[in-house]
Write a protein that binds this ligand. Structure first.
Ligand code: MG
Length: 390
């Protein structure tokens, strides 16, 4: 059976700041979406990660389907009305355009979709990031799909022997999608050279090489600032990841996420902090909005979900979170100082630009190496050998 899994998520307002959606806004989305079960949708699940509401849907309409995207858009619009009525902070924050135009991409919400021929035991993982950019998944996905140190299945399972193809998006390119397609392991160093720059490049998709029609991963790669032309909140990527058999096993992603790599995001979307694996429905942290990711495991049969299993909720992860907390506290000790704060290239859409431009008039350019406070040799003599006037 050919099924599409669509994950569409948006921040439409938080309680007391950028924390979590209200129970009422979640209920509006849940009601709107579950109403379509057995109609437009086969199945649906709604949850939150930090202040984002995620809609996870299965259907037979394919990717980029206007009806599916419109359903999510309208659910978020209705929830925004509720958010405004409740005075929630940042109500409608991620709905950047007035009118729906067939697809949520380019309008604000993040989306990740995979169309697949359902396997007899179709196992899926949905990743939901908050307070981070689309590149936040680069390292875990690289480790799980290209590094046998983390993903022994690349050696041990014949279905994985040929490796995977990475589709990588240049998120700084605004006119159309600039994408490069590279095979692992042959192009491993090229892939690494791109994915290291999580603010510019993001994994958009990963495909099996041995089974060329099988897509393993889809990641939402929207950059909100490129839509709005200013900082309007971090991008907070969703991803759909197929697991087991011809793909890495669910548990092979664990050590990759336990690294807690430093990624851009956090407070004002302007800092680097470690990506913390958290349980589903976790409130964004008042510790500087540390970047977070939750992982939901689903089984699917004829498009119907069983689950989710909350993959970062078992006891092991509390220790991982403690380590991530230590990394975060250590980084925050140096405040605004790079790399705790992002480089200027990432701040150019924020208020620091006007601050620096106001300083422009106060800069002077020295001529021929002369210094503004040059002292004559006799003045130096007076300072070094003269009487102390006091
Ligand atoms: Mg968010």
């Amino acid at each position: 059976m050919r099924v599409t899994v669509s994950v569409i998520k948006a921040d439409i307002g938080g309680v007391g700041g950028h924390t979590q959606p209200s129970a009422e806004t979640l209920a509006v989305v849940r009601e709107r979406v579950t109403h379509e079960r057995g109609r437009l949708l086969i199945d649906a699940f709604v949850c939150n990660t930090g202040d984002d509401i995620a809609i996870i849907m299965s259907h037979v309409k394919g990717t980029d389907n206007p009806d599916i995207h419109q359903l999510a858009w309208e659910a978020f619009l209705s929830a925004t009305d509720k958010a405004k009525a409740q005075g929630l902070y940042g109500a409608g924050q991620d709905l950047l355009k007035e009118a729906f135009s067939g697809n949520v991409r380019g309008l604000g919400p993040g989306s990740a979709e995979i169309e697949l021929d359902e396997r007899p035991s179709e196992a899926l993982m949905v990743l939901l990031g908050d307070k981070c950019g689309p590149g936040a998944f680069n390292l875990p996905l690289y480790l799980a799909f290209a590094d046998p140190m983390y993903s022994p299945g690349l050696m041990l399972s014949e279905g994985l022997h040929d490796g995977f193809t990475f589709h990588i998006m240049d998120m700084d390119h605004i006119e159309g999608d600039r994408v490069i397609v590279l095979d692992a392991p042959e192009r491993l160093y090229d892939i690494a050279a791109l994915l290291r720059d999580t603010n510019r490049y993001a994994v958009e998709a990963i495909w099996s090489r041995q089974y060329a029609s099988e897509q393993a991963v889809a990641v939402g790669t929207t950059r909100l600032r490129n839509i709005a032309g200013r900082y309007v909140g971090k991008d907070d990527p969703p991803a759909v990841v197929r697991v087991q058999k011809i793909f890495p096993a669910t548990e092979e992603f664990g050590p990759a996420f336990a690294v807690g790599p430093f990624v851009g995001g956090d407070t004002r979307g302007s800092h680097n902090l470690p990506l913390m694996p958290v349980p589903m429905n976790t409130t964004a942290s008042t510790f500087f909005c540390v970047p977070m990711v939750s992982a939901l495991g689903f089984s699917m049969h004829e498009g119907k979900f069983t689950g989710p299993v909350d993959l970062f909720a078992d006891p092991f992860w509390s220790r991982v979170r403690e380590r991530t907390v230590e990394k975060a506290i250590e980084m925050r000790r140096q405040g605004f100082f790079e790399p705790a704060m992002l480089p200027m290239s990432e701040l150019e859409y924020g208020g620091i630009v006007s601050r620096l431009s106001r300083l422009d008039a106060q800069w002077t350019i020295r001529s021929n190496g002369a210094r503004a406070h040059d002292v004559s040799p006799s003045e130096v003599e007076a300072v070094v050998h003269g009487d102390d006037p006091d």
